[in-house]
Design a protein around this ligand. Sequence first.
Ligand code: AMP
Length: 600
Amino acid sequence: MHILVINCGSSSIKADIFNFLTKTSVHQLSVERIGKGTLGKINGVELVCHTTEEYSEILKAYLTEFVRLWDGPKISGIGHRVVHGGDDYSQPILIDAEVKSAISKMIPLVPLHNPVNLKGIEICEELFPDIHQVAVFDTAFHRSIPKRAQYYAIDRKLSDEKHIKRFGFHGISHQYVAEQAAEYLKRDLRELRMITCHLGSGCSITAIEYGRSIETSMGMSALEGLVMGTRAGDLDPGIINYLLSEGYTKEDISSLLNERSGLLGVSGQTNDMREIIKGAMDGDDGCRLALQLFTHRLRKYIGAYTAAMGGVDVIVFTAGIGENSPVVRHRSLQRFDYLGAIFNEDLNRDVKISLEQPVVEISTLNSRVKLLVVRTDEQKSIALETEKILSEKFKVNTIPVIPIAISARHVHLRQDTVEQLFGKGHQLTFRSPLSQPGQFSCEETVTIVGPRNRIEKVRVLGPARTYNQVEIARTDEFFLGVDAPIRDSGHIEGTPGITLVGTEGTVTLSEGLICAWRHIHMHPTDALLFGVQDKDIVEVDVEHNDRPITFKNVLVRVSDKFKLEMHIDTDEGNAAEITNGTKGVLLLTGSTCKLRKKNV
Ligand code: AMP
């Protein structure tokens, strides 16, 4: 299953096509600086697909091109990041007119985000009228926050009437990294008290008590809480009245707090934490203060959230700064010994977060609190949530299966061997087709003669090949008294020989006796669907009966001459009570990637 994920920001667009099976993005679009000299890239290659700086047109033009350039399987669903779902949605939901109206109702609270999210939905409805769309809300994860943390201490009626309460944002990321952390620790999220720090260009921190968000630093808007790149975070509301009385307009104040505050405002130079840290090291006062304010505020929140949960078991750092800045992690985690949280500076300095290593632990062995750096992946999380909704609602089978066939012992022959066994000028006689295109079983059979026993009526398969190969099962080896190595078909160097008897002669092969390496034949389109390459090693699960089994070390063979089918020998099939037509499910393990690297 492939899912298109769309993330429309106020001046940027991100889209990915996710292969659900491999859980990876296989086609990417990124558009930045919309309205100020748009920069669009598809799979990293810069492309200009628009003639205006108007958001809807740019979105439509790039999405159309993005999908035109996709030559993989059909898209099964579309997931949209929607920033504000209001009080109504605590879960992702299939988009219909009612959902769109609810998203539209929240526009006054997030004027920069919900309108573009809606545009994304409407354009997709136009471009893909037959594909279901799902809204995944940034606020949804925080709907579990209790009233005491949701309400501001102002007139309660006004709060309810005007929706003035804490909604919280970055919920997709907080939930995703919390789940990743629990999985890494092999613990149930429902038994952990966790603090997740999402530190990117926008920053927020969440207290997750036994799996539920119970406090988060962003509030009614995405302005409250931590110091951010250009946003102020917490401040005394009196400041706003004071600025109004000093002649500032509403627009001035909005621009000040959203675009000219935070790291940029305090340093007076940059909103990029890398430059702030460099400036601070070079002795720049503004950068030093910006770094201090940033980490002090974060420490304050970690302490407060620990108190709110009566303790903490795991603290997670994520997003651009959280994943990449040892300096920020070091400064925010100092002197937390009283919480039982002790970080290891060497581990902290060496963190290298990647797709292959999405979680790194930076606490000491004796630290009661686990300190983790976790790679966030909002796009992937949206894809997973979208898949969940589609498979629940429509019972879509998201996991393609692989038919399994059992190869009985058989023989492949060269034309000269055919003639030695069956007579001069003899051609193999077609008996019936095999599943792989062009392959067939022949009327001819041979007798395999081993030192201990002989096996008669072993089928010859056609057409004739450029090498002789005799494929037998382990039980046959014992019976014949030979020792055949496990080999990929065609790799017969160094294998033992064996004697074959035909109707017109006997041949003793000098090599070619093998026990076939269990393998999957795939057409390149299947390989794309499964996200594998030729020579990958995978695992296949078979759970059809009382003897469920996982076949490890299964070789993937990709060719445009192949049809999707896994081949095992009779011993393997009997051990798992598999009959022809039984289906398997491909599992991709970490070792697939490692082995792929080795093969390359
Ligand atoms: P995000 O919004 O998650 O993409 O995070 C973007 C921010 O991450 C940028 O504004 C940078 O300040 C910050 N960032 C990225 N790499 C580093 C790094 N190596 N050290 C410190 N900050 C970084």
